[in-house]
Design a protein around this ligand. Structure first.
Ligand code: SF4
Ligand code: SF4
Length: 126
């Protein structure tokens, strides 16, 4: 199972890297989708992986550091895969890469058999 976990971590890293520029550069409210309850979901997920997360000094988002979120993407799955549907629909190259990575992440999640990431739909168009 170690290879499945390594693949999952890598796919989450890749999808977070793909979506981040859209959320930072192409958004009227960069990072505006963060919510305290999503930080709590990351905390739950980290516990399932036997990890603890380093709390930051942000007034509402406990894992938002001065350089951005400090949680590795595989421990904040909902945040890592989230991007406006606008980007997926309007940029076909981005949309194809995004949907392929998202499908890969979901397949690996299923293989790993951990509790499904809360709030994350199995199918993007659901
Ligand atoms: S998901 Fe959309 S609204 Fe949210 S930060 Fe990213 S681009 Fe902005
Ligand atoms: S875990 Fe990170 S990306 Fe997710 S809501 Fe909290 S600060 Fe934002």
């Amino acid at each position: 199972m170690a290879d499945v976990l390594a693949a999952l971590i890598e796919k989450y890293r890749a999808i977070a890297e793909l979506t981040q520029p859209r959320c930072l550069g192409g958004c009227p409210e960069p990072g505006g989708c963060c919510r305290p309850q999503y930080c709590l979901l990351a905390e739950t997920r980290a516990r399932q992986f036997g990890e603890t997360l380093p709390t930051q000094n942000h007034p509402t988002l406990r894992y938002m550091g001065p350089e951005g979120c400090v949680v590795p993407p595989h421990l904040r799955p909902l945040c890592a895969v989230h991007v406006c549907e606008f980007h997926v629909r309007q940029d076909s190259a981005f949309g194809e890469e995004y949907l392929a990575l998202r499908e890969a992440v979901c397949r690996l999640e299923e293989r790993l058999g951990l509790p499904w990431p809360e709030g994350m739909a199995r199918d993007y168009w659901e």
